[in-house]
Design a protein around this ligand. Structure first.
Ligand SMILES: Cc1ncc(COP(=O)(O)O)c(C=O)c1O
Length: 456
């Protein structure tokens, strides 16, 4: 059939509070034109993030009741471990409350200020945790991955020649590990091919450098491999996932993405010495090694989520719904990052609003208008987020994007049709949008709490 339906029925509903444009104009003004400052019940369709926003299944909700809250050795931990081991069988598994906690523990244990950590593209929390140790976070994604208009099936791939050169120039003693992020969130949710994972692993092995996968969207990546890479069309998703991780020595994970859970994460590895140190660090910062800052019921929800996220009906619908939004707005001329990523559609605000200069935050202006016009909350990823330099100067970010991140199993197709309609109406009236300025900004991470206004 042509129509790809949501492979679930809705059993429990959460009403959306309908608002008028006038009400939303008042809400966003009160929030100083910062989407992060809005109250979420003033939002109609919340596409701020796909992290921790998944709808849980009836099986997950019932698994919560099985949660065992024993401090040590809970059966919930063993159910969680069985589900993780089925897909990513590393020797040591360390649960954490979310992905950044896994990163913090890992980099505290393995890195210092003489080190450099390569990645296709570091996600912000990964970069921040590397830099918190005084180490250097280096991005080596292929050149195609940095061109928003170019179509390529695996724009998240590591540049293998650049990695080889980077290792030779830096020295293996200065690189405690190499990371590979699947899919590549900061590069537009673009996948990494199996061939590229294998080649990255080979280069790392030649130099004795462990490879860790940032696994947040491992199932979406596996789906792209099945669809786009020769030789995988007939291979089951679980087998693709197992092969992906067979090339790695460990992983970090946020279960708030492809764990289909609202909280959780883990760190896994084969190196025993590192695992011992990481567990000790975990006990100091997160909790005992069989719960790692989570409740037993969270571990049970993740265990079921991992079974559900690799189901092909789910992945087919999931990726189709992202591509559906991308296709419809692109066909009407809206400039977007091509091809659509797994979890989000990225609108190129700089090309959408060519009359607004990057230093007047076209992405922020567009995000505010999408909210005012249709109650949609997206996220500016551009000069408002990255433009402030450590010396206090402003410079345009590499791109000015608005990310519409799609929560898993949350919205229906008619809600996505509504999103498309809102984007297209704003596009028609784009000439009327105005640039913005900060009227108050903290020195760090200003996009979260800063205040904006329109330029007169
Ligand atoms: C690729 C990637 N790595 C790490 C993280 C951090 O995970 P968490 O938000 O659970 O700390 C995220 C979160 O968005 C991510 O997208």
């Amino acid at each position: 059939m042509k129509t790809i339906i949501e492979p679930f029925r809705i059993k429990s509903v959460e009403p959306i509070r309908m608002t008028t444009r006038e009400e939303r104009e008042a809400c966003i003004k009160e929030a100083h034109y910062n989407l992060f400052t809005l109250r979420s019940d003033d939002v109609l369709i919340d596409l701020l993030t796909d992290s921790g926003t998944s709808s849980m299944s009836a099986r997950q909700w019932s698994a919560l009741m099985q949660g065992d809250e024993s401090y040590a050795g809970s059966p919930s931990f063993y159910r969680f471990k069985k589900a993780v081991d089925n897909l990513m069988p590393f020797k040591y598994l360390i649960p954490t409350h979310q992905g950044r906690a896994a990163e913090s523990i890992l980099f505290t244990v393995v890195s210092n200020d003489s080190h450099s950590i390569p990645n296709n593209t570091h996600f912000d929390t990964t970069r921040a945790n590397v830099e918190a140790q005084g180490a250097r976070a280096v991005d080596l994604v292929i050149a195609e991955g940095r061109d928003p208009e170019l179509d390529h099936p695996f724009k998240g791939n590591m540049d293998i020649a650049a990695l080889q050169k980077f290792i030779e120039d830096t020295g293996t003693d200065k690189i405690p590990l190499c990371m590979l992020t699947v899919t590549n969130n900061s590069g537009g949710g673009q996948p990494v091919s199996m061939e590229n994972i294998r080649q990255t692993s080979e280069v790392c092995k030649q130099h004795g450098i462990p490879l860790f996968i940032d696994a947040c969207r491992f199932a979406e990546n596996a789906w792209f491999i099945k669809q786009r890479e020769a030789g995988y069309a007939e291979v089951g998703i679980e087998d693709i996932v197992r092969e992906m991780f067979s090339y790695a020595d460990g992983c970090t994970m946020s279960a708030k993405k492809d764990g289909l859970a609202n909280i959780g994460g883990w760190l896994a590895m084969n190196n025993e010495d590192w695992a011992v140190d990481c567990r000790n660090r975990l006990i100091l910062t997160e909790g005992f090694s069989t719960y790692g800052g989570l409740t037993g019921r969270d571990l049970d929800a993740i265990a079921i989520g991992l079974e559900e996220v690799v189901q092909e009906d789910y992945l087919h619908y999931r990726i189709a719904s992202t591509q559906y939004v991308a296709r419809h707005i692109a066909e009407a001329g809206v400039p977007i990052m091509q091809p659509a990523g797994g979890h989000a559609v990225y609108i190129d605000a700089r090309r959408f609003l060519p009359h607004i200069s990057p230093l007047e935050y076209p992405g922020q202006s567009l995000s505010v208008e999408l909210y005012k016009h249709g109650g949609i909350r997206g996220c500016e990823i551009g000069t408002a987020m990255f433009g402030l330099q450590p010396d206090g100067q402003e410079k345009p970010a590499q791109m000015d994007l608005v990310r519409l991140a799609i929560p898993r199993r949350m919205y229906t197709q008619s809600q996505m049709d509504y999103v498309i309609e809102v984007v297209l109406e704003v596009f028609e009236n784009r000439d009327q949008l105005r640039g913005m300025k900060f009227v108050r900004q903290p020195r760090a991470l200003r996009h979260f709490t800063g205040r904006f206004d329109y330029i007169d």
